[in-house]
Structures are given as C-alpha cells and as structure tokens.
Design a protein around this ligand. Structure first.
Ligand code: AMP
Ligand code: GLY
Length: 429
C-alpha cells in the first residue's frame, strides 16, 4: 500500500517514520513535508489545505490510505472530499472536527453531556464579554477565541484588566479574524496538564498511552505559551484507575454525544486535561495527533500503525488486537529558533544531525526544516524534536539531551527540564 501523510511538522515526521516500518506499506509520501520526512519518505509539494491538489495526487498515485496531521486540513473538509471519492482516509469529517474548530461547540457538547470542564460563558459581542468580566470579583480568567488561531487564541489572564484587554484584541481588533467573532470566558483551573489521546472509529475507543506536553517557553514553566517545547510518555500522574475515570467520564461521553448529534467522530480524539483537586477537567479537545506528544508516543508504539489507522478508516477498529507498547519511557526535547515563540530567525544551516543519528535509542524528528542546496536549514520556530527511549525517565532524558548536544545552528535553544515533572510522580526509578 502507498500512504500519504498530510502536514509538515514534527508530528508528521513521526507518522512518516512509523508508517514506513509497516510491512503493509510500500511507500510513504508527505505533503508538503520537511527535510526529515524527505529522508524517511518522499515529499510532495502540495500544501496541507489544498484539498483539490491532494485529492488529485492521491488518485493519480493510487494512495491506499491518507493520514491527516494538522487541524486546518480537517476543518477545511479534506476527509469529506476524500471519502466522497471513495478514498480511505484517517481523520474526522469537517462536522466532527468542529470539536477543535469551535471552542463554543466543544463547550456545548461538554455541558450537555456533563463532561467535567471549567465553568464558562460564551459571548458574541465585546460589550457583553466586558460587562461579564466587570461584574466578577478580581480573579484570574482565561479568554479564548472561538475558532482556530494557530494555537494562539487562548489568553491566560492574571486579572480582570488583562481579560478585558484580551477581549479587546480578539473581538475589537480582530487579531484572529473571524475566529474571534465569539469568545469563551472561562474560570482559571489549577493543576498539572496531561494529554490523553484515543483512537476511535466512532464506536470503538482505543486510548493511547498517556503523555505530557511542556507548553511554556522556558524552564520551570515560565514565559509565554508555545506549541509545545517537549513531551514525554507515559505520564505517571495518570494511574490506571484515573485512566478508567477519564475514559468513562470524558472519552466515552464525548464520542457518544458526537454520534447522537449526527457528527460521528473517527480519528484521534485528543483531550487536553487539567488534573485539578476536583479531578480531571477538559481544557480543550483536539481532533488530531498532538505535536510534540506524537513523537514520544509513536516511538513507544510497537503495533503496526498502518494497520491501526487503516482499521479506523474502514470502521473495524473493534477487530484490532490490543495495542502493544514499549514499556520504557520516551522523552522528546524540542529545539527552537532564536526568537520563538515571537518572531524568529530562519535560514541557518543545522550541523550535527549525522552525529545525533548515530546515537542508540535516539531519533531526531524534524519540524521546521527544509533541504536547501543539499543542506538542512532551519525554517520554522520549532525546528527539531530530539526523541529518545530509555530504561527509565532519567535515562530517556539523558539520551535525548545527548542528541541535543550533537546539534548546532545559530540561535538554537531548548528547555533543559523536559520530563522533570514526571519524576515527582515516579515512586521508584
Ligand atoms: P487550550 O487551547 O484551550 O488548551 O488552551 C491552551 C493552553 O492554555 C492550555 O494548554 C493551558 O495551558 C491553558 N489553559 C486553557 N484553559 C485554561 C484554564 N481554564 N485554566 C488554566 N489554564 C488554561
Ligand atoms: N501539543 C499541543 C498540541 O498538539 O495541540
């Protein structure tokens, strides 16, 4: 079978790498891909939201399975277009992708199904949102643009003035365009965040191993939010009974609610949770694999990913044997460009990738790279995800940072404490 992965980040490189190991797969294409996907697969110069172009390519190349990485392609209706033409594709249809595409919709689903989440109100005008904020006691609030905003639509506000300012930016200055026509103002939740990903064909739900992202830019969770500066799996905070609670209180009711609303969900349901004193609460739903969570997760997955994703596309996930995982933990450290998550520099040549590739149990996934004149250059904010498995979390961290040490380019930086949180919850190492 020939497989097409849509997207160009670290998640897509991990998907290309893992799918390429399947005995079912002859060739993996990636559109548009990066320098790393071009090494482990074949890049195709079509953007992830060019649905017509991708459809034409998939037909011409007899693609047996298309796997969609980014949410923008899902919200643009890529899955609907492919299914209409009888092509097998992994990911939710546009109507189900609303779970990520609209925070108002997601809150609605959660309210109606009593799925635990922060208390919130939705507003369609800046005046109404401001009046609501003004009436509150002085408190921390979270203001969220309704639609997709490249991960930047959420403002965690230390006080009411900051919340007012966020409403102003989103609704009056229209910083995110139409995505800010509605806002959600939500109570601030305290706790640790975990990422729970589950694969589903709309009836069977198969949770993946747990993982934890590091959203803040700098060590000790300081600085602005980013797309994720590193991740590890498993998250020891989530014990088996806690996972059972998450499945029964969050995953199952969400998938049921979508089916009842005639928006059957298939693909990856990603629940971003805050582990509060009152138990797990949903911060957000995503409708795709996490980035960088996919990198450590897929490094630990022993089952044939192509078989798993194909069984979802064909609606027969229930027939699949239980997933097999490497019990060893994995850690992914993101290396970023100078300036990220603000404006960043691009174009620097990356050195040391060959040396890192020789390290055992280490895989360097590319995120923002391109091949130019035979050299790999940094072209994005998050550039590489250096990922390693180890005998325990300390060993996995050590190996990942050994990989980082091999790699250099002007302005490259990373957090130095990725996975340290896991050790708090690990009884013995
Ligand atoms: P979201 O896109 O809704 O996950 O928001 C992005 C990030 O903002 C989350 O990963 C959290 O770090 C933070 N966040 C979102 N909602 C809340 C909340 N209610 N309380 C505290 N932090 C939040
Ligand atoms: N790592 C966060 C995300 O994929 O949305």
């Amino acid at each position: 079978m020939r497989v097409l992965v849509v997207g160009q980040g670290g998640r897509e490189h991990a998907l290309v790498w893992k799918l390429g190991q399947s005995p079912l797969v002859k060739q993996v294409f990636c559109a548009p891909g990066n320098a790393g996907t071009g090494m482990d697969g074949v890049n195709v110069d079509i953007s992830a939201t060019n649905v017509e172009g991708l459809l034409k390519f998939a037909k011409a190349e007899s693609i047996g399975l298309t796997v969609v990485g980014p949410e923008a392609a899902l919200v643009a209706g890529l899955v609907d277009a492919f299914e209409k033409e009888g092509l097998l594709v992994f990911g939710p249809a546009r109507s189900a992708a609303e779970l990520e595409g609209s925070k108002v919709f997601a809150k609605d689903i959660m309210r109606q199904s009593a799925i635990p989440t922060g208390a919130s109100q939705t507003f369609t005008s800046a005046e109404a949102a401001e009046a609501y904020i003004a009436e509150r006691e002085e408190t921390r609030l979270v203001v969220k643009a309704d639609g997709l905003a490249s991960g930047k639509g959420v403002s965690v506000c230390p006080n009411k003035a900051a919340a007012m300012e966020a409403v102003n930016r989103i609704m009056r200055q229209q910083e995110f365009g139409d995505a800010g026509k509605r806002v959600v103002v939500e109570e601030h939740l305290d706790g640790e965040e975990v990422s729970i990903l589950a694969i589903t064909d709309g009836s069977t739900i198969v949770p993946l191993e747990t993982s934890q992202d590091h959203k803040a830019a700098f060590d000790d969770d300081r600085g602005p939010n980013t797309g994720g500066m590193g991740a590890y799996s498993p998250a020891p905070l989530i014990t088996p009974p806690m996972m059972d609670q998450i499945i029964s209180q969050i995953l199952v009711p969400t998938i049921d609610a979508m089916r009842k609303r005639n928006r059957p969900f298939k693909g990856v349901l990603y629940a971003g949770l805050m582990m509060t004193n009152q138990g797990p609460k949903v911060l957000e739903f995503n409708v795709r694999f996490g980035d960088p969570e996919s990198q450590p997760l897929l490094m630990r997955l022993k089952s044939d990913l192509a078989e798993v994703l194909l069984s979802v596309a064909e609606g027969r996930l229930g027939e699949l044997p239980t997933l097999e995982w490497d019990p060893r933990p994995a850690v992914c450290v993101v290396m970023a460009s100078a300036g990220y998550p603000g404006e960043y520099e691009t174009g620097a040549a990356i050195r040391g990738l060959d040396a890192a590739a020789k390290l055992p149990h280490v895989k360097v996934f590319h995120a923002g790279t391109q091949l130019k004149d035979g050299r790999v250059v940094a072209t994005g904010g998050r550039v590489l995800g250096v990922t390693a498995v180890g005998a325990n979390i300390v060993d996995a961290k050590l190996r990942a940072y050994q990989g980082v040490k091999c790699i250099r380019w002007d302005g490259a930086w990373c957090r130095h404490d990725i996975s340290d949180k896991a050790r708090k919850h690990t009884v013995s190492e």
